[in-house]
Design a protein around this ligand. Sequence first.
Ligand SMILES: O=C(O)CCC(=O)C(=O)O
Ligand SMILES: [Fe+2]
Length: 353
Amino acid sequence: MVVMSKPAMEHHCAATTLFPEIPLIDLSKPDSKNLIVKACEEFGFFKLINHGVPTEFITRLESEAIKFFSLPLSEKEKAGPVDPFGYGNKKIGSNGDVGWVEYILLTTSNEANYQKFSAIFGEAAEKFRYAINQSQTKTLHILYLFDFRCVFCSFAVNDYVSAVKKMAYEILEMLADGLKIQPRNVFSKLLMDEESDSAFRLNHYPPCPELNQETNGMNLIGFGEHTDPQIISVLRSNNISGLQISLKDGNWISIPPDQNSFFINVGDSLQVMTNGRFNSVRHRVMANGSKSRLSMIYFGGPPLSEKIAPLPSLMKGEDSLYKEFTWYEYKKSAYKSRLADNRLGVFEKIVAS
Ligand SMILES: O=C(O)CCC(=O)C(=O)O
Ligand SMILES: [Fe+2]
């Protein structure tokens, strides 16, 4: 069930190798736009401070998530399986990938979440929806008999996701400005679209006590290496390490955690829209021997019918590196692949030599 991997580079040769600094972007500074472009080109990844997401939204959702993941497995499984949304444990996708992780995957469309919730909890869901609608105070109705609803329908998710979405729009607009392309909502409009196919994920990596004794210095995979298929991912985790990114030369580096910052990933779709100028970053998570890691990720995706293709304004006479496809086609193909596969491979054009 467990998947082992070689330690990241820093574990055995930190003394002799210089590691690049992960770009740090201050969202409150308007001139950050050029630095964001540079970060997306060089790494496809950066750390974000002064992001404007209220701490209270983050801590409230985190405590809801902790409560949910602390429930007995049988309770949590009432919210599974992931088809395509719900609770999952160890299995990631349906093609044999496993990791030391449990998670909740949600669409950011409230109505779709409600329907899933309703199918699980039936009449109780309707009552709970009524209670939420009636609530003037925005206080969370915590009725732990049906815990999943607390994460599914709660204000904690809505407030957090709304704030993070706003921040993602801003980043994408700064990117358009930094790239000097018009209109400045060329990327953000895809996430703002009512039909935007975005998702939200809460990952919990339980401590794995055997890790320290039995694995002989090897690491245990929490979430296997992959790139995110969407346009942009916004990640926040608690202060426990585990996230690693792959540099373009294939070396892995560990990202020091910071619970007060966000980490931004370029996804495959943004790599394609920039004709490969931006890098969809390969990343993975290592499990921890003694501490729980909790992460929350918003994946900003386009509408299913959207054509994903390089923007003509960025092409400057060069050829597209990719065949044309819709987000729906990409998703369908990605679902059939393994996590570590180069999912864009089948959509790359063969360049005649
Ligand atoms: O949990 C994390 O920190 C990252 C997980 C991840 O890459 C994902 O869910 O796509
Ligand atoms: Fe990811």
